[in-house]
Design a protein around this ligand. Structure first.
Ligand SMILES: *Cc1c(COP(=O)(O)O)cnc(C)c1O
Length: 220
């Protein structure tokens, strides 16, 4: 099932778009199966789950952190696993990543998460603050801003997500036009199972898909 799902998605994704398999709550065996079926990037929300899956998948795939990031989660072992952190939303957390990456001689590619729905309970930077935060982060030597990520509000109708994707793309283009040193606005991570087709139409080049690959989640 996982294999067929992945084949179907990969066949329809335009060239240049990366598929991240959003793996929360899945077993290491399911994740390995996905990698064997052609998944090149695993998205993990929880460090503990990532560590478990990493033990059997290792470097057969790349690892993106896509969960809510707290300072106490930023540890050397975690930074060794992940190839990109998609959910940076403050200078403080970027500084923590920078400090720990300096200890292991790594430069971490990061995306800045945009709270495009302006939801008070959601993580992310508001659009109008993105430029300032990115300017501050750009001086750090061991992180490199590579673009933006957004979740957007959850809707039943995917079409309702479109304005939030348009907004995030607009912010991305504006910051790209500033040509800030040490900043490369080339990744735009938007869209999940129910919204990724809309996200692609609005310029996403990374989509994060869980349910359509692995089936419905039983919890969380
Ligand atoms: C769970 C999750 C996804 C994927 O969600 P699905 O609806 O299962 O495709 C994408 N991005 C993030 C940040 C997630 O937590």
């Amino acid at each position: 099932m996982i294999k067929e799902n992945i084949a179907r998605i990969l066949a329809e994704l335009p060239a240049g778009v990366e598929l991240v398999a959003a793996a929360k709550t899945r077993t290491p065996e399911e994740i390995l199966e996905a990698v064997q079926a052609g998944i090149r990037i695993i998205g993990e929300n929880y460090v503990q789950e990532a560590k478990r899956a990493y033990e059997i998948v290792g470097k057969k795939a790349q690892w993106h952190f896509i969960g809510t990031l707290q300072k106490h989660n930023v540890r050397v072992k975690m930074l060794e696993i992940f190839d990109m952190i998609e959910t940076v939303d403050s200078l403080e957390i970027a500084k923590e990543i920078d400090k720990r990456c300096a200890q292991i001689g790594k430069v971490m590619p990061i995306l800045i998460e945009i709270n495009s729905g302006r939801e008070s309970q959601k993580a992310g930077v508001l659009s109008e603050n993105a430029e300032q935060v990115i300017k501050e982060i750009s001086s750090l030597e061991h992180v490199k801003v590579r673009g933006l990520m957004t979740m957007g509000p959850r809707f039943g109708n995917p079409e309702d997500s479109r304005p939030y994707f348009i907004e995030t793309k607009r912010v991305c283009e504006r910051i790209k036009s500033l040509e800030l040193p040490n900043v490369e606005m080339k990744c735009l991570s938007m869209g999940m199972t129910n919204s990724y087709k809309i996200a692609l139409e609005e310029g996403a080049n990374i989509v994060r898909i869980g349910t359509r690959i692995f089936g419905e989640r039983s919890s969380l």
